[in-house]
Design a protein around this ligand. Structure first.
Ligand SMILES: [Zn+2]
Ligand SMILES: [Zn+2]
Length: 270
């Protein structure tokens, strides 16, 4: 893996590692991860008989289309759990086949409230060995719109396997989880992961977040696939996050601006 010298210059004596780490979840499901960035984002590629579904598209600093094409030649629908910058980064290379919840359709058409420079600062303001052909000045937010608008209960048919859209607002108004009941798999985006769960931005809603966690707790789930950080998650994490939100509600803290709360395996920032 590439390293940087103390003055920030790249040390080119170290061989370049691929930006995306690819792991096979099962015979026709893959996870493409960006472990080199502190966001540690994950994109999931689910291949059916007729088409493939890509869940989230990462930071947008490397060629996700090329990484996906190395895994499948099926037509790909790129669906995002929500339209935050760290999930829509690679959407541009899937234009024409983009899906987002209807409540965030404006966010993928230039209407996202965070400025380009704020996003660029969030992306690059860390010690990270970016790919050598990535130039922060060229970074742009996706604004090509969506061809498919998602609603709660929609089915995404891939041929021989099918995903259900679960609208789980709170972290963002149009946040969705994707559920594959036949495999007991829940793709949780930024609703559930081992890290800091955020419901403190102006567009978040802690009470909705809590209701969404409670809702996914009722699903029959065997495996969790989060949007960030460790992939080794016990399914019991859903119940733990649910209990944490319930506790915050009982002590009158379930509102934006009430602070950062540490529960060990995860934190909740309201
Ligand atoms: Zn997010
Ligand atoms: Zn995220």
């Amino acid at each position: 893996m590439e390293r940087r010298t103390p003055d920030g210059a790249r040390d080119r004596t170290v061989p370049e590692a691929p930006w995306f780490t690819v792991d096979r979840i099962d015979g026709d499901t893959f996870v493409l991860s960006e472990w080199r960035h502190p966001e540690e984002t994950h994109c999931y590629l689910l291949c059916g008989r007729e088409r493939a579904l890509l869940i989230d598209t990462g930071l947008g600093v490397a060629d996700l289309r090329r990484a996906v094409s190395a895994l499948t030649d099926l037509p790909v629908l790129a669906a995002v759990t929500h339209a935050h910058w760290d999930h829509i980064g690679g959407l541009g290379s899937f234009s024409g086949a983009v899906a987002v919840h209807e409540r965030e359709k404006d966010w993928v058409s230039g209407g996202f409230s965070l400025s380009l420079s704020a996003v660029r600062d969030a992306l690059t303001g860390c010690a990270c060995a970016f790919p050598p052909d990535f130039h922060p000045a060229d970074y742009r937010l996706y604004r090509g719109g969506a061809q498919r608008l998602l609603r709660d209960g929609d089915r995404l048919e891939l041929g021989g396997r099918s995903l259900t859209v679960i609208h789980t607002p709170g972290h963002s108004p149009g946040h969705c989880c994707f559920y594959e009941p036949e495999r007991g798999a829940l793709y949780t985006g930024d609703l559930i992961y081992a890290g800091q769960l955020d419901a403190f931005y102006p567009t978040t809603d802690p009470r909705q977040f809590r209701r969404s966690v409670r809702r996914v707790r009722t699903l029959a789930v065997d495996r969790l696939f989060p949007g960030h950080h460790t992939l080794d998650l016990p399914v019991s994490l859903i119940a733990d996050v649910d209990e944490a939100f319930a506790l915050l509600d009982r002590v009158g803290k379930l509102r934006r601006g009430s602070g950062l709360f540490d529960f060990g395996a995860f934190r909740i920032r309201l």
